[in-house]
Write a protein that binds this ligand. Structure first.
Ligand code: GDP
Length: 327
């Protein structure tokens, strides 16, 4: 660990809430700084059954990103991939809209086997993370099934049908988290957020509506965050009035929201102590309710990821210090 890192956190722990690609970039930066003092709570609303296999897209993106196995060109899956399985599926006239690489496939097969044998998803992911040499704790938001469903003029679409098969084309009228009412945060998530040594919670710049809201929809999750006794800071996924990638801006427009940092701040109102926005958007600070920190938030390189992670942690600790001084 560098000297700069030790000024950010002493020996405290940090929890990050994360979806897939955008969130995993910041989780990578946090993991570089914090190692085993980081817990990443990951969205499982995107999980689905496909070709008889249990797929957990966001958990796998976090596993692959933190282990350095991720495919940076595609933005999903593994870098060292081959596609024989897909090509035979095609020969068979089977469903090919969701691409599964040969190496990636092994993960889905083994996860599905263990789930069928009764192992909870949390335990399976912990074992995979260890095998991949990841120090951070990676936790599904819940071991119960929660299914993000996108309500469109064409009807209610399961998340992956909307996101991958239809490439987010249908207009979003409403987003549902089916099953969330019967889900609960796992004992491991409760322990991470209830840890007296918790110094900060970071909401990664994941899609607030599709990646973070499912986590917050698990009953009791908001209360755990509010009771955590550590500042919660969110990093905005919006830069210059646009999402860096993906449908966040489109969905915001369809839900009647402007793609602004103010709207992101409003969305997280009551939950976060502060919002990190891009330096280019610093002029928006006055319009945002609550404390903000402006810094470069585009993560193109690993160093960008680590730098933004330091900025977010430093901001959280300053908020905690200001709160302590005021009481
Ligand atoms: P998905 O589940 O794979 O769609 O990924 P996430 O929900 O975790 O992340 C999608 C969001 O990440 C999008 O709204 C992007 O705007 C945001 N994003 C991606 N890369 C960056 C980046 O470098 N900086 C910031 N601030 N946001 C990013």
């Amino acid at each position: 660990m560098t000297a700069a890192a030790s000024t950010i956190t002493t020996k405290g722990r940090v929890v990050a809430l994360c979806g897939g690609v955008g969130g995993a970039k910041l989780a990578f930066g946090l993991a570089r700084i914090l190692g085993d003092r980081l817990t990443v709570v990951v969205n499982t609303g995107d999980d689905f059954e496909h070709l008889g296999l249990h797929i957990s897209p966001d958990l796998d993106t976090v596993l692959y990103t933190l282990s350095g196995l991720a495919n940076r060109e595609l933005g999903w899956g593994r870098g060292d991939e081959s596609w024989n399985f897909m090509s035979v599926l095609e020969d068979l006239g089977a469903e090919t809209w969701f691409r599964l690489g040969d190496r990636d496939l092994a993960l889905h097969v083994e996860r599905t086997r263990q789930l069928r044998a009764g192992v909870p998803l949390t335990g399976i992911i912990a074992a995979f993370a260890k095998r991949f040499g990841i120090e951070a704790e990676i936790l599904p938001m819940s071991d119960e099934k929660v299914s993000t469903t996108v309500v469109t003029p064409e009807g209610a679409l399961p998340f992956q049908r909307y996101f991958v098969e239809r490439r987010c084309a249908p207009v979003v009228r409403e987003i549902r988290f089916d099953g969330a009412d019967k889900a609960q945060p796992t004992a491991q998530v409760r322990a991470a957020l209830g840890d007296p040594g918790l110094e900060a919670v970071v909401i990664c710049p994941s899609n607030p509506f599709l990646s973070i809201d499912p986590i917050l929809a698990v009953p009791g999750m908001r209360r755990l965050l509010q009771d955590a006794g550590a500042p919660v800071v969110a990093v905005s996924p919006i830069i210059g009035g646009k999402a860096v990638k993906g449908p966040t801006g489109k969905i915001m427009a369809e839900l009647g929201l402007a793609a602004t940092n103010m709207a992101i701040g409003d969305h997280y109102r009551g939950l976060v102590s502060g919002l990190v926005i891009d330096s280019g958007d610093a002029a928006e600070r006055g319009a945002i309710d609550g404390p903000t920190h402006a810094t470069a938030t585009l993560m193109s390189t690993d160093d960008d990821r680590e730098r933004l992670a330091r900025e977010a942690l430093g901001f959280a600790l300053r908020l905690a210090a200001a709160k302590a001084a005021a009481t």
